[in-house]
Design a protein around this ligand. Sequence first.
Ligand SMILES: Nc1ncnc2c1ncn2[C@@H]1O[C@H](COP(=O)(O)OP(=O)(O)O)[C@@H](O)[C@H]1O
Ligand SMILES: [Mg+2]
Length: 240
Amino acid sequence: MIDVISVSKRYLNHVALENLSFSVEKNDILGIVGKSGSGKTTLLKLLNLVEKPTSGQILIDGKTTDQLSKTQLSHYKAKIGVVFQHYNLLANKTVAQNIALPLTLVGQKNSKKVAELLNFVGMSEKENAYPAELSGGEKQRVAIARALVRQPEILLCDEATSSLDEDNTAAILRLLKDSHQAFGITIFFVSHDLDAVQKLCNRVLVLEKGRVLGEVNNTPELLSESESSYLDKVRRRMVE
Ligand SMILES: Nc1ncnc2c1ncn2[C@@H]1O[C@H](COP(=O)(O)OP(=O)(O)O)[C@@H](O)[C@H]1O
Ligand SMILES: [Mg+2]
């Protein structure tokens, strides 16, 4: 579905990504891990078409992004949702307005879709609240609903759980997993939190200094809410 072929990205003479090659299938939840500065965010920017590779190609369904017409490009961009570490919600808009924003910006309105997503992320009761009135976990639920509102095929998550505590992280990981299952979305999950990556991703790409060190397969072990009571959690951690 997406093929990254010998992609490099330089900023002046600084090399952010060097000769990256990998493929992603529709059903993948790909973890991208690496230390700070290893090129994770840059890679997401290339996939999101915010930045262009200095060399190499990104193929989408077999076509290079250079070959796409303007209409096809905006079509591709509409297929991508993005979730950030710091939520990036608009402070002067309510929860429902924030979720509707990607539609509003292209002159569309779909109250039914917004209501459906409010329900999907468990925020229906707070639809009229403002971001300042929400916890971090709630803000990220809203940000995920906003990312899903144009029914994307790809979700790019940049450190989406990195500002959250353990319980909220688990809840957001479940929500991402549910989104993957419910809407068949391909997920790129950038994180430095190996625990979160292990719970969610079926493959992991390891970056170091802009290069791929290797790819590792994984069997994700995301526990359901009922299995992760506080007592169970303490039991799993402790060694008798
Ligand atoms: N716009 C930019 N201009 C110059 N250098 C950049 C720019 N964006 C990122 N870099 C550099 O590219 C490297 C990779 O950055 P980044 O992709 O943000 O890493 P990560 O997300 O893994 O922490 C870093 O050395 C960073 O300083
Ligand atoms: Mg980053």
